[in-house]
Design a protein around this ligand. Structure first.
Ligand SMILES: [Mn+2]
Length: 589
């Protein structure tokens, strides 16, 4: 068995633990995590975002999803860790596995670090195992004890997010939040989600890749706002615009929560607040004073204000300039025979970083050639990196973080000759994509209805896709912003004017190729409460892949108008070689 697992077992024995669970999260349930939190990666050897490890005396088991099966097979080889392929027939979920173990080992002790598990997940485990007399120890970071070379968190310098881009002051946002607290009868609001703190106080940091946030908790009452940050994070001082905020030490949040009087109502989000924090709150006042719901900030930040929208439009223009430069390069050089998925992703990154105010990518670039394009959310690794040959499709899903906005765009590029089937499938995906752009959204429409409506052009010809159609996009925050995320089995959520959401249908043919087209759209009030959608993304579709005969007049007119607008907007921003491509790509169809 892998050395790290053997050492973890020794620590488990010392602490009387029969089964230890290592999820992939951080103290705030973030989607992407700082290197400090990559315990599962350290113990198992599986790199990448998704994976959860369980170790007991019988074995070591690693759960991951379809994106990582191939990579996990390679990286776990020789480790004796069993790969648990999530959602494959016969593979238990983590919950099922825990229950089965507890049944066979009544009275056992299950351990995990309660700080890296959302409260909702931790309480779920507690409930499920209660009938088997299981003891839960959640105050031990055994993975951290084994990981002696663990990198420390070196907090980045927190900086002020400018009003030109934020639009509304921190003070005004706090005032609005307090109104919501009063409506809800809450005396305190605990903000654990890193994007929510960053949005509320108009501050940003660089503690996590792809998302410009900093480690912090915020505790809002009607009288004060306390910001708990790591030592040194405010080395450039607290901006004047946050002079009303009391700065506290990050590690003192436990104490502050324990001190909240039992007759005061505390509002927190159990999907973001970690299990240990909520346990502390429950112990302080039996839990009856807790309001466990999404915070008011979550919804408030989905509806972008005028300044946020204006600056986002600008970010998309710069992102479009980067994209067309990249596509022109792909088309020009793919025939030379030395392009790979990774070299293409690297070139695209360089194009973005040339743009004014671009300081990070918004997620790891998905660059999938041929059959790899059919693996949803595939990102190339050294092991899987395929050569891009001058035929078929290259699917590229990518985005940037700019000081004025966050972008997310997918283009499926024809890198050489296409079959008629490829062109037809591309056009059906485009029809589905256009169905969202062209639709009116009645004020009472929810995500489930919108999702079904947009998939219709694909379903009519027997096609569909197994991923979400759309997600909210944060403003210089997370590229995947909830709660307005449409998954296949979506909770019915409503839409608000000012929401920015992706429109990204696809078609994936196993072992052959994948097609996805993604733009970002803005929900705009039509004046009567109903909404229409306005396009933000500035980049041509793949003209060579469009079968004009399958498009309606309305669809074709929209594409031609769009291409005209893209040409006019981007032309002044690109070099001569790129301009040549831009002209060809935007010619009337
Ligand atoms: Mn997206």
């Amino acid at each position: 068995m892998k050395k790290e697992i053997v050492e973890l077992r020794e620590k488990m024995n010392e602490n009387g633990i029969d089964l230890y669970y290592v999820p992939s999260g951080d103290y705030h349930s973030s989607e992407y995590v700082n290197d400090f939190f990559k315990c599962r990666e350290f113990l198992s050897g599986l790199t990448g975002e998704a994976g959860e490890l369980i170790v007991n005396e019988e074995g070591a088991y690693l759960w991951t999803d379809g994106r990582y099966f191939l990579q996990a097979e390679q990286q776990l080889a020789g480790s004796e860790i069993e790969l648990m392929r999530m959602a494959e027939p016969g593979v238990p979920t983590i919950d099922e596995f825990l229950i089965d173990y507890a049944k066979r080992h009544q009275g056992c002790t299950v351990g995990f670090d309660g700080k890296v598990l959302p409260a909702s997940a931790g309480f779920g485990i507690e409930d499920e195992l209660a009938e088997y007399d299981v003891t839960i120890k959640y105050d031990l970071d055994l993975a951290g004890e084994v990981w002696t070379e663990r990198p420390a968190i070196e907090p980045s310098a927190i900086f002020e997010f400018p009003m030109e881009s934020a639009g509304v002051s921190a003070e005004e946002k706090v005032r609005l939040v307090r109104e919501k607290m009063t409506e809800k009868g809450a005396d305190y609001l605990l903000v654990t989600d890193l994007m929510e703190t960053a949005w509320l106080l108009n501050l940003r940091g660089r503690d996590i890749d792809y998302t410009p946030v900093f480690f912090a908790f915020t505790l809002v009452s009607q009288n004060d706002v306390r910001l708990f940050v790591m030592d040194g994070a405010l080395r450039n001082g607290m901006p004047e615009s946050c002079s009303f905020v009391t700065v506290c030490d990050y590690n003192d949040i436990n104490k502050a929560l324990a001190e909240i009087p039992g007759d005061k109502k505390l509002w927190l989000d159990p999907d973001s607040a970690n299990y240990e924090l909520v346990k502390i709150c429950k112990e302080a006042a039996d839990g009856s004073n807790l309001i466990c719901e999404m915070t008011p900030i979550a919804m408030m930040k989905t509806a972008k204000n005028e300044q946020e929208i204006k600056s986002t439009v600008n970010a998309h223009i710069k992102d479009g300039a980067a994209m067309v430069k990249f596509i022109a390069w792909v088309k020009r050089t793919v025939g030379e025979g030395n392009m790979t998925e990774i070299s293409a992703a690297d070139y695209l990154q360089a194009c973005r970083f040339e743009q004014d105010g671009c300081f990070d990518l918004s997620f790891e670039t998905i660059s999938g050639y041929g059959p790899n394009g059919a693996i949803i959310h595939y990102a190339p690794t050294e092991e899987t990196n395929a050569d891009v040959k001058p035929e078929g499709f290259l699917l590229v899903d990518s985005g940037g973080q700019y000081m004025d906005g966050t972008t997310d765009i997918t283009r499926t590029l024809a890198v050489g000759p296409l079959t008629q089937e490829m062109k037809d499938n591309y056009t059906y995906v485009l029809k589905s994509h256009l169905a969202m752009i062209l639709m009116d959204v009645p004020k009472d429409m929810n995500g489930v209805d919108l999702d079904a409506y947009v998939r219709e052009p694909l379903r009519k010809v027997g096609l569909d896709f197994k991923h979400g159609l759309s997600h909210g996009v944060g403003h210089v925050l997370s590229v995947h912003e909830g709660p307005n995320i449409l998954r296949r089995v979506a909770t019915p959520i409503g839409f608000l004017p000012g929401m920015i959401m992706s429109d990204e249908p696809g078609v994936y043919l196993d072992g052959k190729y994948g097609i996805r087209i993604e733009n970002e759209l803005l929900f705009v009030d039509k004046g009567n409460g109903d909404m229409r959608l306005e396009n933000l993304t500035m980049c041509p579709y793949e003209r060579e892949a469009i079968n004009k005969d399958l498009l309606t007049e309305e669809e074709l007119a929209w594409v031609n108008d769009y291409h005209k607008k893209v040409r006019e907007t981007l032309e002044p921003l690109v070099d001569d070689e790129t301009r040549k491509y831009l002209y060809e790509a935007t010619e009337e169809i």
